[in-house]
Design a protein around this ligand. Structure first.
Ligand SMILES: [Zn+2]
Length: 400
């Protein structure tokens, strides 16, 4: 009886398939989805034909290093072409003058929730200079926001592992403190030891039962070699479905034949590939990888930080960028771009109860669009975001 009393009905919700339905929510989950006009009860919210989508998945962000909500930091170019070490040095200089990390992380979190992301994976810097300070702060932020958004944290070796003595021990400690995954960074170009780097990453993952998500910027055949090594280790460790490679630029550099072979290996190893469809850069071909059965997901990555000034925390806008840069025009292609920021993201993050279905969590976004392809192209800014069936954001602002 109690369950019936606490039901909320969302009337006239347009579903992705174009039908209009009434959604019944109780205990934070969808209990029934029925053709419009069938729900009864006093507690009803009329969605008036708005499109209802599961809340977006922000699959790659850096909560500790953004200056969103803080003073504007003009971008400093590298002196002789892109150089990760030089950018890390710029970042250290910028962070020394920044507002407190918890405040900046909070601004960035609310930006994302305001646009409709209710699940997120954030990389958090761990190295000999900052130790576990970033991890401890972001763990505190996660705890404060746990009712609003689900956050996975990656212990991220921003200064390498082998080239930054003491980092392996710090990464282990970060996992013990509560990070869910262990990260990595360009095993070849940064640490210059692919085997040594991956042995530590996968060793700690197995020891702590953690997932893996590695930043890989290395391009061409070098990057491809590293992806193959990561795939082999994933299979050897029985970690299929728990490992991701972020950026994987190399997949955008290689021939169609090489990509087809790589796609097969990546899919067989259950490796997920994260892309943010970066501006002036080759990136993993989304359509070809999806066709090969690879889970391709997306994230904002850097938002107004020491790496670049872009980013708005809007995963629907990210789907638009992915579609635009991929040359997606047909409806099924636009739907694929949307899938990258929703279902595929949920799969990559291993989220339970994702979607608009009876039994799924009632975490959703209502917006004005006829269907998914129109939402991806128009990116309507007016949205209402619901967490466990409760309104938490409207017009881009968190209200709860
Ligand atoms: Zn990143």
């Amino acid at each position: 009886m109690d369950c019936i009393l606490n039901q909320t009905h969302f009337l006239n919700a347009r579903l992705a398939d174009g039908t209009v339905a009434d959604l019944t929510v109780a205990g934070g989950r969808f209990r029934a989805i029925a053709p419009a006009g069938n729900a009864a009860g006093s507690s009803a919210i009329d969605l008036a034909g708005q499109l209802v989508l599961p809340a977006f998945v922000e699959g790659h962000i850096h909560l500790d290093t953004s200056f969103y909500g803080d003073a504007w930091r003009p971008h400093i170019p590298c002196t002789n072409g892109f150089d990760v070490r030089e950018r890390v040095a710029f970042q250290m200089r910028n962070l020394a003058q920044a507002a407190p990390m918890a405040e900046r992380a909070k601004s960035q979190l609310e930006l994302c929730v305001g646009h409709g992301s209710l699940a997120m994976r954030s990389h958090v810097m761990v190295d000999a200079a900052v130790g576990l300070k970033h991890v401890e702060t972001i763990l505190g932020v996660r705890e404060k926001y746990r009712d609003l958004i689900d956050i996975q944290l990656v212990a991220f070796p921003q200064s390498g592992i082998l080239s930054s003595p003491g980092t392996a021990e710090l990464l282990d400690e970060a996992l013990k403190l509560g990070c869910d995954l262990i990260g990595g960074l360009d095993p070849a170009s940064f640490d210059r030891d692919v085997k040594g780097h991956l042995e530590i990453v996968f060793g700690l993952a197995e020891k702590r039962g953690a997932g893996v998500d590695i930043h890989l910027h290395d391009g061409g055949t070098l990057g491809l070699f590293e992806i193959e090594e990561i795939a082999a280790r994933t299979t050897a460790s029985g970690m299929q479905g728990k490992v991701a490679v972020s950026h994987a630029y190399a997949l955008g550099d290689i021939s169609a034949d090489a990509l087809a072979r790589a796609g097969e290996r990546i899919a067989a190893a259950g490796l997920a590939i994260m892309t943010n469809a970066p501006g002036d850069h080759a990136f993993p071909p989304v359509a070809a990888l999806r066709k090969a059965g690879v889970t391709v997901f997306a994230g904002s990555d850097n938002i107004r930080d020491s790496w670049w000034p872009y980013g708005d925390g809007d995963m629907l806008n990210r789907a638009n960028m992915i579609g635009y840069r991929s040359g997606f025009y047909e409806d099924w292609e636009l739907e694929a771009a949307y899938d990258v920021v929703s279902q595929a993201g949920a799969k990559a993050l291993g989220l339970e109860g994702y979607g608009i279905a009876a039994g799924a969590k009632a975490d959703f976004v209502a917006l004005k669009a006829e269907h998914v392809p129109e939402a991806v192209v128009a990116v309507p800014k007016e949205r209402t975001v619901y967490r466990a069936g409760r309104e938490v954001a409207r017009g881009g602002k968190v209200v709860a």
